[in-house]
Design a binder for this molecule. Structure first.
Ligand SMILES: *Cc1c(COP(=O)(O)O)cnc(C)c1O
Length: 250
């Protein structure tokens, strides 16, 4: 087990280097055993609760895609990382539950919102993109993923199966949004193979209706292999990359 050293120290850099190599090794092995091209699967670093100095180190190590799940923390984190690594252009994804009144807080900083799980949220994002386009602050639709709920549990977010087609169709229609694909979190306490098969089927259904929606964001630290085996194109990895900061710092 690799430890968790203080940020901005040679020990922490060595640790992040080792963790990243381990995650890349797992991804490469998963692609090999699934018979997939490793270039098809990208690594998204989930940096919630992680200090900006660690994000800066991960940028130095070659990562470009990062994700946060709290609207309130996003802007400060983006600013701190930009100050630490001026000129680097990390791309930020939003992967958390998003209230409609927080859309405006999040939108200036993100290249993708992965957690669109209701028509009301989709419309709210579309309206805000429209406002930014009207004032010349944005010139393109925002890529988004529809978040799918495997078990329909409203506590975890995600659109239940019976609302998926309608939500995907709406997102595809709204002028401010670009439907890029589907995101899902496999619920704990369920057989992961069955969960990822359901997620893959849902992604396939969306792609059948909207062929450009090719992204499948599925798989985290504990289950990235099985996600890759079921067609994931983006794995969202936190703990395996950075350690469990929340537990060690509290
Ligand atoms: C925290 C988080 C992850 C990363 O989870 P780990 O198990 O730490 O890799 C992935 N996706 C979402 C939506 C998250 O909130």
């Amino acid at each position: 087990m690799i430890g968790v050293a203080d940020p901005d120290t040679p020990e922490r850099t060595a640790e992040l280097t080792e963790r990243l190599a381990a995650v890349r090794g797992r991804l490469a092995a998963a692609c090999r055993s699934a018979g997939r091209d490793p270039a098809e699967v990208s690594l998204l670093a989930v940096t919630k609760t992680v200090p900006p100095a660690d994000v800066a180190t991960l940028i130095d190590l070659g990562l470009t895609e990062f994700a946060e799940n709290r609207a309130q923390e996003l802007a400060a984190k983006v600013a701190d990382v930009a100050a630490a690594r001026p000129g680097a252009e990390p791309r930020w994804h939003f992967v958390g539950g998003l209230q409609r009144n927080k859309v405006r807080t999040v939108l200036p900083w993100v290249t993708c919102i992965q957690s669109v799980d209701s028509p009301r949220l989709a419309r709210a994002i579309d309206r805000e993109v429209g406002r930014l386009r009207g004032s010349g602050e944005r010139d393109a639709p925002l890529p988004v993923l529809v978040q799918y709920s495997v078990d329909g549990d409203p506590a975890r977010g995600g659109v239940p199966d019976d609302g998926l087609d309608e939500l995907a169709d709406l997102v595809a229609e709204l002028p401010g949004l670009e439907l890029a694909g589907l995101m899902a979190v496999a619920p704990l306490g369920r057989e992961p193979g069955a969960s990822f098969a359901a997620i893959a089927a849902a992604a396939g259904r969306v792609r059948e209706r909207h062929p450009a929606a090719r992204t499948l964001s599925a798989g985290m630290s504990g289950d990235l292999e099985i996600a890759v085996d079921h067609g994931s194109t983006v794995v969202r990895v936190g703990t395996a990359l950075v350690g469990d900061r929340r537990i060690t710092s509290e």
